[in-house]
Write a protein that binds this ligand. Structure first.
Ligand SMILES: [Zn+2]
Ligand SMILES: [Zn+2]
Length: 346
């Protein structure tokens, strides 16, 4: 079968590999859709300290069960499934407290296990043990189901930032994650949602699809000024930074309303993780700053329900569908910001 394998930073190859064999507690799937994201581009360029090459990449996975290990119950060939990306251990102190996104034993598809840029993939028992293999609801395509994983991460972020009814929400970053944030905030009853990006083309592409109440180009406009004007001088109830930008995080503090919440959704580059925070703004305005680290199995299930019910449509966010042979082109398209979501159909 064909796979996309990471060998070293800058050395990612489409190559032939033997079909994997599932162990007695595993499930084997025929991958039907595996979406790409900025993380894949990061791995391509820099590798990742959890990846020991060679490793098949791809973590936004949907497919069809083709073989079930002898000890596995509840699954059979032909089942349509979505696979979690971040796999918690289910047993540690955080997991037993229900904090599965910060499990310190977390392992991941495409990092510790071969991922979904392949014709066939083994879903390891680690996934099944934490109920991380999810049935795709009727009416949801494989491509849409592959977007459940990033949507699950967005859901985790908005739960932590308590996005809800009547909120004014600013989303900084108009990539696929930013688009999902806009859609989910609307589904949760946000009053107004404003989308910000430095790149005018990408902002326009995203705004055309997700229709924010205002689209603010940071290269042309002072973002803080614009948000303060749009919110009648009050600031936004929630600011979500879905961009790897310390400057955006610092700006977020300047445009958040009293008792507002700030989600540092996107991580910063490893060599530039420090920002400056006027702690008195946080103190006097009673701000909450929260992080976000991936998603739990339950977030993935909820994401599939949100897609199935139409509360968060994702089909139109998939702007490109490519065969596995073109996966390297897909990374280029993602890196250049030309697409919203690029889905590989192996
Ligand atoms: Zn991803
Ligand atoms: Zn754990």
């Amino acid at each position: 079968m064909k796979v996309l394998t990471f060998h070293a930073p800058g050395d990612v190859r489409i190559e032939d590999a033997p079909e994997p064999t599932p162990g007695p507690a595993d499930v084997k799937i025929r991958v039907r859709a595996c979406s790409t994201c900025g993380t894949d581009v990061k791995i391509y360029n820099h590798g990742h300290h959890h990846i020991v090459p060679p490793r098949v990449m791809g973590h936004e996975i949907a497919g069809e069960v083709v073989e079930v290990g002898a000890d596995v119950t509840g699954w059979q060939a032909g089942d349509r499934v979505q696979v979690i990306a971040a796999i918690p251990c289910g047993r540690c102190g955080e997991c037993t407290r229900g904090h599965m996104t910060v499990c310190s034993n977390q392992v991941s598809m495409g990092y510790h296990f071969d991922g979904g840029f392949a014709e066939y993939m083994v879903v390891p028992r680690n996934v099944l043990d934490v109920d991380g293999l999810n049935r795709i609801p009727d009416g949801v395509s494989y491509a849409e189901a592959s977007v459940a994983e990033p949507l699950a991460c967005v859901l985790n972020g908005q739960n932590l930032a308590r996005v809800g009814d009547g909120d004014d929400v600013v989303v900084v970053g108009s990539g696929p994650i930013g688009c999902l944030h806009v859609r989910l905030a609307r589904a949760r009853g946000a009053k107004r949602v404003f989308l910000v990006d430095l790149n005018r083309e990408r902002l326009d592409l995203a705004a055309d699809l997700v229709r924010p109440d205002a689209a603010i180009c940071g290269a042309e406009t002072d973002v803080v000024d614009a948000v303060m004007k749009l919110t009648e001088g009050r600031g936004a109830d929630v600011v979500i930074t879905a961009a790897a930008s310390g400057a955006a995080q610092e700006q977020a503090l300047q445009m958040t309303a009293r008792q507002g919440r700030i989600s540092f959704f996107g991580g910063l580059p490893k060599d530039k993780p420090v920002v400056s925070v006027d702690s008195n703004i946080v103190h006097y305005r009673e701000l909450t700053i929260v992080g976000a680290n991936g998603s739990s199995p339950e977030h993935n299930k909820e994401a599939l329900r949100l897609i199935a019910s139409g509360a968060v449509p994702v089909a139109d966010l998939i702007t490109h569908r490519l065969p596995l042979a073109d996966a390297l082109d897909a990374f280029g398209i993602v890196a250049r910001g030309e697409a919203i979501k690029v889905t590989i159909e192996p």
